[in-house]
Design a protein around this ligand. Structure first.
Ligand code: FE2
Length: 203
């Protein structure tokens, strides 16, 4: 009889504890999604032959793009932090003079024939991606940025922009906001005078 009462007391104590543990698991903090940002007017309109993840070499050209080389890597995860495989990331950006390769960009002078301006990468099983590109040039009045689109199963699920902490430090007109902070990477000096940046995309 006494044994039964002890057992009941034990169950009465443990059940709420299990429930609480379950709630804690569900209350696990989810990652904030990478905010959408406007596409801008210079999304490529002309299909180019070379749209790989190496933007500093263009098929058929022997030279290397002008500017500071940027090794841009990162990962695509969902809000639970799980790596997302087979996600396509497209980037398009300016050259060091802040010029897009787009008929609507009237910034003068010829474009760099050795810079690809637009590229794409696909995430591997670990969700990671990589681009070899250059540090984009800023154009007034915006801080330097790289535009990107994320595509999954043939659909565009996010259009946004990557900013750089350094651009905000240098800018008198722009400062980091809670939104842009989620879109901002840090430019770091790497070997051979190149730069590197890491950017996580949460979808
Ligand atoms: Fe732009």
């Amino acid at each position: 009889m006494r044994k039964n009462r002890c057992l009941k007391t034990l169950i009465a104590t443990l059940v709420p504890l299990f429930c609480l543990a379950g709630q804690l698991v569900f209350a696990e903090e989810l990652l904030l999604k990478t905010p959408a940002d406007y596409e801008g007017p210079f999304y490529p309109v002309t299909r180019q032959e070379d749209i790989d993840n190496d933007l500093v070499h263009v098929k058929g050209q022997v030279g290397v793009a002008r500017g500071d080389i940027l090794n841009l890597s990162g990962i695509v995860v969902n809000t639970r932090g799980e790596a997302q495989e087979n996600v396509i990331i497209e980037i398009w950006q300016t050259d060091p003079q802040g010029r897009y390769k787009h008929p609507g960009d009237s910034t003068p002078d010829a474009r760099d024939p050795n810079f690809q301006y637009w590229g794409a990468a696909i995430t591997g099983p670990d969700g990671t991606y990589y681009f070899k590109t250059i540090v984009p040039g800023a154009y007034e009045p915006r801080p330097a940025h790289i535009h990107f689109k994320v595509m999954k199963a043939g659909k565009v699920i996010l259009t946004s922009q990557i900013y750089f902490k350094e651009s905000f430090r240098e800018s008198k007109r722009f400062s980091l906001t809670p939104q842009t902070e989620l879109q901002t990477a840090e430019l770091k000096k790497a070997e051979k005078g190149e730069f590197q940046a890491y950017f996580r995309i949460v979808i």
